[in-house]
Design a protein around this ligand. Structure first.
Ligand code: NDP
Length: 270
């Protein structure tokens, strides 16, 4: 029988590509996001749409309930929904910081909580958490985005060893530059928040770095294929890395001291 997958953030970018790709490969896919008209359009690809706001508890409970009622289980949960909060820590209102963690961290955690009982009962489950190269590398002007992604890395490491005993795998995906709406929206937010403050020099530097990265960004299908590989591996890796600059960045982060890495990083912003 086809495995049931719930993909959050399926209205664009990586989530949309993943939902379509898995449906084309025989999975029973539910694609969730806030923009209803966009996810309704996924029906033509065989993806079942669910309206979901991962920052709202009632919305999360309703989505999980609907999938469990219709499909009987959630075999694969792909926590992909995410947004990018940009701007210097001093400039970003703390309400926005909280919202960033609601979407990128607590939303995923709540979905996991509600999906786990059935996964445990079935002694089968794949929890795929979308982190980022930014879950290992903290760039200036993205403090809350990076804090949320570092947190999802830690959460995933802890969770992996809690649920392995029930036959459930926890897999982290660490994309580098990937074509999506995120970078465009992020650049605008950065400009709005810190484009005219004492941090405007750094904001311009980061914008330059993102613009360079966008030129090399891969298509979202590259990450979708990586996710499928993780789902189907008999003994999945704990982390899958893909997308522009991901492997070299993570390698340098691993081998260099903090200060040496900072030096190289900041030289890219000039
Ligand atoms: P997009 O901006 O294209 O897609 C983000 C998705 O998340 C949209 O479908 C959006 O749907 C959804 N989303 C945002 N907020 C909420 C919310 N409150 N509730 C439900 N859904 C929400 O970005 P990407 O495809 O690039 O991002 C996907 C994931 O990949 C993210 O976790 C991101 O951090 C990660 N990533 C992306 C990289 C890249 O270069 N693109 C690099 C590294 C990691 P809607 O607005 O309709 O709700």
């Amino acid at each position: 029988m086809a495995k049931t997958v719930l993909v959050t953030g399926a209205s664009s970018g990586i989530g949309k590509a993943t939902a379509i790709y898995l449906a084309q490969n025989g999975y029973n896919v539910y694609g969730a996001a806030r923009r209803t008209e966009r996810i309704q359009a996924l029906k033509t690809f065989g993806v079942k749409p669910i309206t979901l706001d991962v920052s709202k508890d009632e919305s999360i409970s309703a989505a999980i309930e609907q999938v469990l009622k219709e499909a009987g289980s959630i075999d694969v949960l792909i926590n992909n929904a995410g947004s990018g909060s940009y701007g210097a820590l001093e400039d970003v209102p703390i309400t926005e910081a909280r919202n960033q963690l609601e979407v990128n961290l607590f939303g995923a955690a709540r979905l996991i909580q509600l999906a786990l009982p059935k996964m445990r009962e079935n002694r089968y489950g794949k929890i795929i958490n979308l982190s980022s190269v930014g879950g290992k590398v903290g760039l200036p002007m993205g403090v809350w985005y990076h804090a949320s992604k570092f947190a999802i890395e830690g959460l995933s490491d802890s969770l992996r060893n809690e649920v392995r005993q029930f036959g459930i795998d926890v897999i982290v995906i660490e994309p580098g530059g990937t074509k999506s709406e995120m970078t465009t929206i992020g650049s605008e937010a950065l400009q709005r928040t810190s484009g005219d403050t004492v941090y405007k020099g750094l904001a311009n530097g980061i914008k330059k770095m993102y613009t360079d990265m966008e030129k090399r960004a891969v298509e979202p299908i590259v990450i979708a294929r990586l996710i499928k590989k993780g789902i189907e591996a008999k003994h999945p890796k704990t982390r899958y890395i893909g997308g522009a600059m991901a492997k070299p960045m993570l390698y340098l982060r691993k081998i260099l001291s903090d200060k040496m890495f900072d030096k190289i990083l900041m030289s890219q912003m000039k």
